[in-house]
Design a protein around this ligand. Structure first.
Ligand code: P6P
Length: 341
């Protein structure tokens, strides 16, 4: 008879995210330990946000703040808390020079004139936060760049307005049935699950590869009538079995959760242009770019409808873009449908 779950002794041979980063750095000489120190600021922030998300209904943090963010969107109390946690825990890492957040109009200079500061970190502290009140998964995204050559310490915008293929690392945390951090530093995509018993992110998904195809497509079909023709043709083709398999629709309305399923199970996530958002709703720098970096490094594809997300040259910090990311099979069929428009 198999042991009851509670009798199973957890393995002692766990690999934390810090150990994994240091092991990776050993494989690639020249990388400095400061990068793992920087990422430890992210994991601490993620644990603090996770603790608040898990207790949202209990510590009166649920619900709407009296304030709105820079985009006029009503902030959730947890948005504000998560943003303060990210700004503090990343801002105290001496290797960090500039921070940019969805919740702040302009980038924040944190380097105090230190020449050790060489990284910019962009993030959405709590994506999907409108779902918190109904206990739906939410997430945090992050995107890390090196300070460009010949850019002055205080030219903050130039630190952050870089194409996504210049990211040195990127990823997200999804606060779902468990809390998982997925990141890539350009050498594979790896997932770490938070073990609340020991308060550490433990390697749980090493070298994630997105399946060649999936059985799910993820899009808000309420807007389908306003999608450009090529997207409507693509969705009709999936439903008609053009790719030789039956599909099911899955849409949570929380980008990170919808993408995380696509990364692990394959398929496609789409936020196309709509009447309300002709340039897409999602933000290029701190939503689309980290997702695209993870998708491409896991063997998937990520486009804006006309070309790779990672090749886009940003002109403003909060600019929006259409985002479609997924497995090669579905993505290549979509590209074919869009070309035929
Ligand atoms: P819609 C959440 O508000 C978010 O920014 C993403 O997480 C999500 O994918 C999208 O908006 C959902 O938007 O228009 O489908 O409700």
């Amino acid at each position: 008879m198999s042991k009851p779950i509670h009798a199973v002794t957890p393995s002692a041979k766990v690999i934390t995210i810090q150990q994994h980063i240091l092991l990776q750095e050993k494989k690639f000489p020249g990388a400095s330990g400061e990068f793992s120190w920087l990422l430890s600021g992210l994991t601490l922030a993620a644990k603090m946000i996770e603790a608040a998300v898990r207790r949202a209904g209990l510590n009166s943090i649920l619900g709407q703040a009296e304030s709105s963010n820079t985009h006029g969107e009503v902030q959730q109390k947890l948005d504000i808390y998560a943003n303060e946690v990210m700004l503090h825990n990343l801002g105290v890492r001496e290797s960090v020079g500039v921070l940019a957040s969805e919740e702040n109009e302009t980038p924040i200079i944190v380097h105090n004139e230190s020449n050790n500061a060489k990284y910019a970190i962009l993030f959405d502290p709590l994506d999907g936060s409108s779902n918190i009140d109904v206990n739906v998964s939410v997430g945090t995204t992050f995107s890390i760049y090196r300070r460009p050559v010949d850019v002055e310490l205080n030219e903050a915008s130039k630190w952050v307005l870089q194409p996504g293929d210049q990211q040195v690392a990127a990823g997200y945390v999804v606060y779902g049935s468990s809390t998982v951090m997925v990141y890539s530093a350009g050498r594979g995509v790896h997932g770490f699950t938070l073990d609340p018993a020991i308060g550490a992110f433990i390697l749980s998904h090493e070298d994630i590869r997105m399946p060649e195809h999936g059985i799910y497509y993820s899009v808000n079909e309420a807007y389908a009538d306003t999608f450009p023709e090529g997207y409507r043709k693509f969705l009709a083709g999936l439903r008609q079995g053009v790719l030789g398999r039956k599909y099911s629709s899955r849409y949570i309305g929380s980008m990170i959760a919808d993408f995380h399923r696509t990364l692990l199970k394959g398929g496609i996530f789409l936020y196309p242009p709509t009447d309300d958002h002709p340039n897409g709703k999602l933000r290029l720098l701190y939503e689309a770019n980290p997702i695209a970096f993870i998708a491409e490094h896991a063997g998937g594809i990520a486009i804006n409808g006309t070309g790779p997300i990672l090749k886009m040259h940003p002109t403003s910090i909060h600019q929006r873009t259409p985002l479609i990311a997924g497995s090669p099979s579905e993505m290549n069929y979509l590209i074919e449908c869009l070309k035929a428009e």
